[in-house]
Ligand binder design. Sequence first.
Ligand code: SF4
Length: 113
Amino acid sequence: MKTTQSTPPPKLTWQREPADWNARPCLGTPIELWFGPEDGRRESPKEAAAREEEAKDLCAWCPVVEFCLETELALGPFDQHGIRAGLTAEERQKLIRRRTCRSGRAARTEAVA
Ligand code: SF4
């Protein structure tokens, strides 16, 4: 087979997992801690708040929290579930909306400048 010298492949836009990905505190923890009961049982607001606080406390120690957050936000507002990156799904949806508003404002400012 003939090989040809060509331009290098394009850079990947998807960031690879950081080196300390395996040091994330959520690794090996019960999935219910992050997403609530798996058996369909409804949590009381007090139970949910306690569970979410416990999960957020783990995220506070996470060495890859920025990567986790950007990965989650890249999924878009309709695919947010559970606690990720120290935020609830609703908190991440608000962050996505704020970023969208900010970038729209910046684009409009740029357009009229
Ligand atoms: S920030 Fe993300 S990766 Fe880190 S502990 Fe929280 S959910 Fe896991």
